[in-house]
Design a protein around this ligand. Sequence first.
Ligand code: 4AD
Ligand code: MG
Length: 444
Amino acid sequence: MTEEEKAVADSLGKKGFVAIEKILEGKHTGDEVKIRGWIHRTRDIGNMAFLNVRDPSGIVQATFSKDDMDEDKFEEVKDLLVESSLKVKGEVAEDERAPGGYELRVTDVEIVHASEDFPIHKDQSVEHLLDNRHLWIRSTEMRDILNVRSTVFGAIHEFFRKEGYKEFQSPILTPLACEGGATLFPVEYFDDHVYLTQSWQLYAEAGIFGTGDIYTIAPSFRAEKSRTPRHLTEYWHAEVEGLWHDLDDIIELGEGLVLHIVDRVLEENEEELERLEVDLDYLKGLEAPFPIITYEEAVSKLQEEGIDVTYGEDFGVPEEKKLTSLFDKPVFVTHYPKEIKAFYMKRAGEDDTKVLGYDLMVPHVGELIGGSVRETDVDSMIRRLEEGGEDPSIYDWFLDTRRYGSVPHAGYGLGIERVIMWLCDLDHIRDAIPFPRTPNRYRP
Ligand code: 4AD
Ligand code: MG
């Protein structure tokens, strides 16, 4: 290190860097401060260079004047490419011409790394951005969505813990098909094979006997070949299983969770939501209770609206879109015909053709939560498995939960990326997760 470099290193030493958002909040006007980050945009005119510097909290303009600094250094700074990393010291001044209304009048700079030509420019194709996802996640748009995502994860933990649910983990590698054989990912397991888990549920149903009410946040895997804007092959799943819970309990618990997530995101991420052009009034206006209708009522409503749907069919995108447009809040649809729901769902006592379960639907996304009361009788459960073409012997350990002190219980699963897609009004679920996995994409 030369003496000069040492002096710069001292003045730009480790301590005392401020977050750019604090500058933009006017907390440092008139002060000399240090920031560190990346060049977002560059512009120079004659003896002046204007670098917009980004850190994880915001972007501020740093103004370099040739007259106020070493000439070689000035030329070096002027030649820097976008995404170069640097530390800058300067005086904060209000300037309405600068983006965000503040600028840093630079007195010292340390170039940490001069970037190569960044492969992402304006107006590039979705495919190019997906190929360069590891770089695209630096964008303001992705940063905003991922900030919301972080709040959502925190809010889920907070809600369940506040309500007295304990966190419980299930294996990712499993021999069982919780949600049917059609969407399983097989994994070689030495001389055998297992699957990537579709759901935590079956293990949770064993867990409640010792631990009581439990929840998890974990990845689930679905080999869904359907390329829809709301399906990932790997997604994050918030699941809950409650002892002695019935349908009303899990409806209340689903509504409570969704409203808590909305509240926390409005508290933490209003700026992000504004930049994402989300309808804040819709989110702010949400309150309990959400409407509850049966599948049968939903079919009638859709038919009245001229949608061609017959009783017994599962809803697709057009049906869910229409249905959710008829309500100004998320809507619970209950009592689906047993044929279109999973084997573990308890039959409605008064009508054996329907199950005690629900889907919570929201506009634009469709199903956000799937939940049900669980079948507790071992013989009925074995029959359901056989009807579904499954070999009950593979489920033998699971059936023990119906052999040794079987108890009423219920639970649900919420797709976290679907919640983010809904909250951030995203066109495609892949933008709700940093590194999406879809049928034709598993890189980077
Ligand atoms: O409705 P699903 O398949 O239900 C279950 O897995 C139950 N075992 C949950 C439980 O009761 N513990 O999935 C639950 C939720 C759906 O409502 C949806 O939000 C989300 O998981 N989901 C997906 N999200 C993204 N991509 C996919 N391929 C998804 N499949 C389901
Ligand atoms: Mg479902």
